[in-house]
Design a protein around this ligand. Sequence first.
Ligand SMILES: Nc1ncnc2c1ncn2[C@@H]1O[C@H](COP(=O)(O)OP(=O)(O)O)[C@@H](O)[C@H]1O
Ligand SMILES: [Mg+2]
Length: 224
Amino acid sequence: MKKIIEIKDINKYYSVGAEKLHALKDVNLEVDEGEFLAILGPSGSGKSTLINVIGCMDKSDSGSYCLDDCQIEQASEKELTQIRNEKIGFIFQKYHLIQTYNVMQNIIMPLLVRGMTQKEAEAASLETIRMLGLEERMHHKPRELSGGQQQRVAIARALVGEPAILLVDEPTGALDQTSGKEVLKLFHRLHEVGNTIVMITHDLGVAQHAQRIVRIVDGELLEE
Ligand SMILES: Nc1ncnc2c1ncn2[C@@H]1O[C@H](COP(=O)(O)OP(=O)(O)O)[C@@H](O)[C@H]1O
Ligand SMILES: [Mg+2]
């Protein structure tokens, strides 16, 4: 089985005034291709810090991180931008959609960043748009959609570039229970068709949808 994520002894510190806060403590984590992993922990435990490192938005202070055969500590800023665009699909609690763009324009963004033309990107995204049941909403603006629909747009945008991993931060945090359940069902389906998913949550009920759960407590990762 191919390892998509290999994290060895990662540490991360924040400076708070004269103090140093140890936010990630010798974290080790391996994720296989096709796995659906949840990282469960309370507020302040280091979830966002860890997901920022996994998502190559922030670097650790020590340790090593290999993502889909790329050694991240050695990557330049330019390479990191490309890795984020090609290897990672981000899904955030608050969707992070561009309000002045319609659904289609939001979804094709990662493909335009890669240099596809508008036409190519639209053609390449149709299957994803259909899979997420968004065909009838393609020309709507995000504010004209329900929370669940907006999260589906965000999921489509994350999927459209066929990333090596989907990184999901509290995906149901802003949704009512019914829409939250639908989004979790969708992750089951995406896992079934072979996607690798790493989901961060403080909610055990949400984490239990994953195949494997690891806990993060005070910056330390504990395997279940
Ligand atoms: N930019 C920052 N500067 C200083 N401390 C931070 C910063 N970001 C997070 N922290 C601290 O690091 C710890 C972990 O935070 P975070 O990763 O946001 O946890 P979680 O996402 O689990 O709530 C907390 O104690 C938090 O206060
Ligand atoms: Mg957080």
